[in-house]
Design a binder for this molecule. Structure first.
Ligand code: LLP
Length: 402
């Protein structure tokens, strides 16, 4: 049965902790994780939660308790993961465009590293030779993902070492005797077509013979989750079946581990952003409902044209009418235009669904507004897992001169 928080639970959290408020549901994360584990049960698969989606320590601890590993995109994420109690061998740092010092730091922490440039691979080889196994992130030149901003594997993408430069990789690996333990790709986010993963596998399989110390093939994240009713999602059981068939048919790959790095799939649906309506404004164009949050708290609609379902929590039976839901940021800040919602009154509580992934994590203090508080509901208990900012937080790192 699908885990979902009830309107009453969401309202209770909003009333207790105030709005705007992020609420997460631990059992939903568990359910999503189990879907992956069950689907891939017959393959040697390791899941690394892409924690860039949501790094709250209590979420990391919950993900850890499920048995998942964690994928990081900065040294600080890696340190948060270690702080949450992940042992270094359960932490992966898939780097992109970073200073070599961060790779040195990652090495000193003993975590797995995927290197994504020839330049850092060379520095790594010079310094560590064969002593520290690493993965390499390759760019397979595959266009995939929900929109161009979140596509990362195509032939104009900054990510990874282009596969057409494989000869240069091999030269460096031979010159410095680098211990390559894995091949990595991540082609984008919101990939619903399972065949994209199969294409990626084919690209990597062609490369396998050049490396003889491989332990894993890392296929990245990017599973699509439904944002709207009727939206398609990645068919995980089908993906698992195709991946299994491909790996079993390959003489070397059949003995390799398969790594995945899902972010959205694990935490998108577990998260809710609750806001309250400050003002209603009737105009000739539309009826605006101005709420007490903005793109400073949930940037996805403005940044990616992303659709988030919205519901009026406090008047769920009101007559339906069209509203444009706008934020309180001092620039255009539209969450939804002419969206049919149950009658909205000033003070009503609205909820945005699928706010767990890249919601709080991409929030800011723009307009000097406070970042929201975060609450985790676990076994029906509400836990405050991050306090709302205070005015002192806005001043904290400022150095005032006379
Ligand atoms: N692995 C790597 C190397 C990645 O770059 C990403 C996401 C993931 C895994 C996880 O992808 P996911 O399973 O969450 O799709 N902020 C955008 C999404 C950007 C994703 C960046 N990389 C959004 O809100 O749609």
């Amino acid at each position: 049965m699908s885990e979902q928080l009830s309107n009453q639970q969401l309202l209770a959290a909003a009333q207790q902790f105030g709005t705007p408020l992020y609420v997460y549901h631990a059992e939903k994360i568990t359910e999503q994780y189990q879907k992956l584990v069950n689907a891939f049960a017959k393959s040697d698969v390791k899941i690394f939660y892409a924690c860039k989606a949501l790094t709250n320590i209590s979420i990391l601890k919950h993900v850890k308790s499920l048995g998942s590993n964690v994928d990081c995109s900065s040294i600080n994420e890696a340190k948060l993961a270690l702080h949450a109690g992940f042992s270094p061998d359960r932490v992966l740092y898939t780097s992109n465009g970073i200073a070599f010092e961060e790779i040195e730091e990652a090495q000193s922490l003993g975590i797995h590293i995927n290197i994504d440039s020839l330049s850092n691979l060379e520095k790594f080889g010079k310094k560590f030779g064969h002593s520290y196994p690493v993965g390499i992130r390759l760019r397979p030149n595959i266009l995939a993902g929900g929109n161009f901003k979140i596509s990362t594997g195509h032939d104009k993408s900054k990510f990874g070492i282009p596969v057409d430069q494989l000869d240069k990789v091999i030269t460096l690996v031979n010159e410095y005797n680098i211990h390559i333990q894995g091949l990595h790709i991540h082609t984008g986010s919101e990939i619903k077509d399972v065949d994209v993963f199969v294409q990626g596998i084919e690209v990597l399989f062609d490369i396998i013979p050049h490396f003889n110390e491989l332990k894993f093939i890392d296929l990245g994240g990017g599973f699509k989750v439904p944002y709207k009713h009727g939206d398609a999602e990645t068919d995980i059981p089908l993906l698992a079946q195709k991946v299994k068939e491909a790996f079993e048919a390959h003489p070397v790959a059949r003995n390799l581990q398969i790594w995945f790095e899902p972010g959205k799939f694990l935490v998108s649906d577990c998260g809710y952003l609750i806001a309250q309506v400050n003002v209603l404004k009737e105009t000739s164009a539309t009826t605006f409902a101005g709420i007490n949050t903005g793109f400073n708290h949930l940037i996805r609609p403005m940044f990616y044209d992303a659709y988030h379902r919205i519901q009026n929590l406090s008047n769920p039976d009101g007559q339906e009418k069209k509203y444009s839901i706008v934020g309180n940021i001092c620039e255009t800040d539209t969450f939804a235009w002419d969206r049919k919602l149950h009658e909205i009154r000033e003070g009503d509580y609205l909820v945005f669904y699928n706010a767990g992934a890249y919601g709080f994590e991409m929030s800011s203090n723009f307009n000097s507004r406070f970042k929201p508080a975060e609450v985790l509901i676990k076994e029906s208990n509400m836990h405050l897992i991050r306090k709302r900012d205070t005015f002192e937080d806005l001043l904290k790192n400022q150095v005032e001169i006379a």
